[in-house]
Design a protein around this ligand. Sequence first.
Ligand code: ZN
Ligand code: ZN
Length: 98
Amino acid sequence: MPYKAPMKLVTCPFNKCHIFSQDRLQPHIIKCERKYPNHFICPFYNLHRFMDEKDYKEHVLQCDKKKLIEPWLYTKVTRNPVQLDIPDNFHHTGNWED
Ligand SMILES: [Zn+2]
Ligand SMILES: [Zn+2]
């Protein structure tokens, strides 16, 4: 099939008629949330919004961002707290030297 996948589309959590590409999600939510003040916000990631309390509660239990915020709950390795895991390329992003 000559079908070419378009940009990933997402639907607005407040109104399913609002469909846009994923990179528009954040600016859209900032605008749209004012129209829907009674919604629920995921405590782990503020782009996860829910109009329905049941959906929200289910989501919080399995939010994929939870791991990023509470990594200590997901690792069995006890680390020396002074030791930080900074990747080698951490200080070498961008072309600052001239
Ligand atoms: Zn919307
Ligand atoms: Zn979430």
